[in-house]
Design a protein around this ligand. Structure first.
Ligand SMILES: [Zn+2]
Length: 300
């Protein structure tokens, strides 16, 4: 019997409010973490400061969503405009925490998926800002996945070695054909068709979702990539390339991600990194992957 069976509606609502609050706080932390990964600085220590006036932020400046709303999106000390991106990330993270918790029903898998969702948020932000997917995000995601697989294997009395090998196989069976395809496309197109960071992220997706669900995930990632590229502002391609190279120079231990969903448009290109699209596809697969596979198998 699952934990959810013992929950009354009132207790469920109470827990979900707490989960949402935790999600909003994590969103604030992940936003800061992604910013420091891109711009440098100690990741886990150091006080948050206003970007404009360098004033150290106090407790009342760091309350997720509420601080931004109470100051109408301005710094309390210098009046500088604060991007709505910050409360939106906090809101998004709160929503993701609640949706994943409801979907996975207060299980160990829910904690695993929430941790993976946090990593997806961070790497999406760093990819959007600097066209890089930090290797630290990839390694952390791999460690969390295998920690879950081993813990779940022990709890359920499964052959741990076998489930670890099976999980690794799922990652490789997704990543290796993609790698071959990308190398072939690079040769034909004579340019990089997909960044190394994206490939590593697909490997991670294989570990988490298995190769069957990853077929859906790859299609979704491409669809999201096209949609995001169409919705993005046209940019000068040389500016983006310069920014990508600059961020590679600045960020040791990160994988530069030159691949992009792009469309030529009178000298300008609509360019956006592929990482956020893969992350979106991961979220969709997290919530609907098994349902889709069951529906697809039911067709035959
Ligand atoms: Zn300020």
């Amino acid at each position: 019997m699952s934990i959810a069976s013992y929950m009354t509606p009132a207790l469920t609502a109470y827990v979900l409010v707490l989960v949402a609050l935790l999600g909003a706080c994590m969103g604030s932390f992940l936003d800061c973490l992604a910013w420091r990964l891109v711009h440098g600085g100690n990741i886990f220590s150091g006080r948050s400061k206003c970007d404009a006036c360098d004033h150290v932020l106090g407790i009342r400046d760091l309350i997720p969503i509420a601080s931004w709303v109470s100051t109408k999106g301005h710094c309390r000390y210098c009046g500088a405009h604060i991007s709505c991106r910050h409360p939106l990330i906090e809101l998004l993270c709160a929503g993701i925490f609640v949706v994943v918790m409801v979907h996975y029903q207060y299980s160990l898998e829910a904690i695993e998926m929430i941790a993976f969702a946090c990593i997806l948020i961070v790497l999406s932000l760093t990819d959007l800002d600097s066209w890089t997917i930090p290797n630290g995000c990839i390694v952390t995601a791999i460690v969390i996945r295998f920690a879950y697989v081993i813990a779940n294997g022990v709890i359920c009395g499964m052959d741990v070695f076998q489930v670890v090998c099976s999980t690794l196989f799922d990652g490789l069976i997704v990543a290796i054909p993609l790698l071959v395809l990308v190398l072939f496309a690079d040769k034909v197109l004579k340019k990089e068709s997909m960044g190394g960071g994206d490939l590593k992220l697909f490997f991670v997706a294989g570990l988490y979702f298995g190769w069957q669900e990853c077929l859906l995930l790859i299609i979704l990632a491409c669809v999201f990539g096209i949609v995001l590229a169409l919705c993005s502002q046209p940019r000068n391609a040389t500016d983006v390339s310069h920014q990508a190279v600059q961020s590679l120079d600045d960020s040791e231990g990160t994988e530069n991600d030159h691949s992009a969903s792009d469309q030529s448009a009178t000298g300008l290109q609509r360019m956006i990194p592929f990482g956020p699209s893969i992350a979106l596809a991961c979220f969709a697969t997290m919530l609907c992957g098994q349902t889709f596979i069951a529906w697809y198998i039911g067709l035959f």
